[in-house]
Ligand binder design. Structure first.
Ligand SMILES: Nc1nc2c([nH]c(=O)n2[C@H]2C[C@H](O)[C@@H](COP(=O)(O)OP(=O)(O)OP(=O)(O)O)O2)c(=O)[nH]1
Length: 158
């Protein structure tokens, strides 16, 4: 399952699946970032049981923010305001099952109670991440966190 390739340019003639990904982050009263939320991929999906940031594919006509609002509601039962979504990084991954362009967004505010509506699991994590295995497309996010937070050493357990 490790045949995922992180690539910097779209291969000519191939159209990626656009994916909105929400990096939900706790902040303290001073605005310092703390733990972030990972969820496990539900049974029946590719990479079932792997940990990732919640999100999913854009539907026709949707913006990244709208897709994220829909996915977070459908998967986790929480609500976000599209205006508060902060776009962070874009990454392209070429998996055997799909070419995906991941739009990672930071989310600091949400309302509602978390409900695992797809029977997945959730875990608030810090570096190094303790849950495993993580999805290949999740690893760059952990590296960005490591840079931002001055974290040295492994970001997760393989
Ligand atoms: N949600 C999410 N998907 C990721 C991450 N990293 C990564 O490579 N992916 C990939 C895995 C999948 O190929 C794709 C997301 O598709 P998905 O199957 O989870 O989306 P979905 O919920 O819309 O699925 P479905 O309705 O078609 O079942 O993006 C990540 O951190 N979060």
């Amino acid at each position: 399952m490790s045949e995922a390739r992180r690539i910097t340019q779209l291969p000519e003639g191939r159209t990626p699946v656009e994916v909105a990904v929400g990096v939900l982050i706790e902040r303290d009263a001073a605005g310092r970032e703390g733990r972030f939320l990972l969820t496990s991929r539900p049974e029946g999906k590719v990479y079932a049981g792997h940990w990732e940031f919640p999100g999913g594919k854009l539907e026709a006509g949707e913006s990244v923010e709208e897709a994220l609002r829909r996915e977070l509601h459908e998967e986790l039962g929480i609500d976000i305001d599209v205006a508060s979504v902060e776009r962070w990084h874009v990454e392209i991954f070429d998996y055997p099952h799909a070419l995906v362009r991941l739009h990672f967004c930071k989310v600091y505010r949400w309302t509602g109670q978390f409900e695992m509506r797809e029977a997945q699991q959730m875990a608030w994590q810090a570096l190094p991440v303790q849950v495993r295995p993580v999805l290949p497309g999740t690893v760059p996010v952990l590296q960005w966190f490591a840079q931002e937070r001055g974290h040295a050493g492994p970001t997760h357990i393989d």
